[in-house]
Design a protein around this ligand. Structure first.
Ligand code: DGL
Length: 267
């Protein structure tokens, strides 16, 4: 089936998920929406994130998507279950695949999770991880300054190292052996996080795990695109095309040419 896969995020962060989908499912057409006018979601309430996510899903459906990926940890935490119950096409988020991998990875049973304030407050990673294995201890920490640092391009910078040390000290104190990068931006400062945590701590990237789960899902449902043409990707944002394109070009394996602004409030 050559209909596109809809991928959405609060802004640019979900491009780390789109990147993994492009790598693992190189044949698939994508429609990406970044809610750049209303970002961040990570400090917003459940009702707001649910309202925004419903509008985005309505927009994506106008593009005849065959499946939807909620490429945002906060929206996956606060809105996915409700939206899934309202939809007749498959939808997956990034939290469950990340939680599953953390459970498979840990040897000591001490798992760390970092994410936005709203994701951490929701306790969702903790719930999924302990549903799979109640013996695991989960230590969570919100790292709200990481997103702006990434968007400022401070991927390798002393300031980012200092902030990481401050946020992640607690993970060392609890001796986690597995750390879930539970926010779309964090894979982009993987090196900084790794430097502080050390080589013995495994970093789980939910974006990678989500692309794997998506591939399984499309295979099971017979929805993979069998056509051999070059895939077409479309990009939509709610504001700020130029900064979106600049960021996308630094993250994605392909050059982003055409990005359109849409009025998401009208959906
Ligand atoms: N994409 C969001 C997430 O993964 C981070 C940015 C935001 O706060 O909206 O939670």
């Amino acid at each position: 089936m050559n209909n596109p896969i809809g991928v959405f995020d609060s802004g640019v962060g979900g491009l780390t998920v789109a990147r993994e989908i492009m790598r693992q499912l190189p044949n698939e057409n994508l429609v990406y929406f970044g809610d750049t006018a209303r970002v961040p979601y990570g400090s917003k309430s459940k009702s707001t994130v649910l309202k925004y996510s419903r509008q985005i899903v309505r927009f994506l459906r106008t593009k005849n998507v065959k499946a939807i990926v909620v490429a945002c940890n906060t929206a996956s935490a606060l809105a996915l279950d409700e939206i899934a119950a309202e939809l007749d096409i498959p939808i997956i988020g990034v939290v469950k695949p990340g939680a599953k991998m953390a459970v498979e990875t840990t040897n000591t049973g001490n798992v760390g999770v970092i994410g936005t304030v709203s994701t951490v407050k929701s306790g969702i990673y903790n719930d999924y991880i302990r549903e799979l294995n109640a013996d695991i201890t989960v230590v969570s920490k919100a790292c709200p300054l990481f997103c702006p640092l990434v968007e400022e391009g401070l991927l390798e910078d002393r300031v980012t190292d200092d902030i990481a040390a401050r946020y992640l000290q607690v993970m060392k104190e609890y001796k986690v052996d597995t750390l879930v990068l539970g926010c779309t931006h964090y894979p982009l400062i993987r090196n900084t996080i790794k430097r502080f945590m050390g080589d013995d701590v495994v970093l789980v990237n939910p974006a990678f795990e989500t692309a794997k789960s998506l591939k399984e899902l499309l295979t099971q449902r017979n929805l993979l695109n069998q056509e051999k043409q070059r895939p077409q990707h479309e990009y939509y944002v709610s504001d700020g095309v130029e900064s979106f394109i600049a960021f996308a070009d630094s993250v994605l394996p392909c050059h982003v040419t055409d990005t359109k602004v849409i009025d998401i409030e009208s959906y």
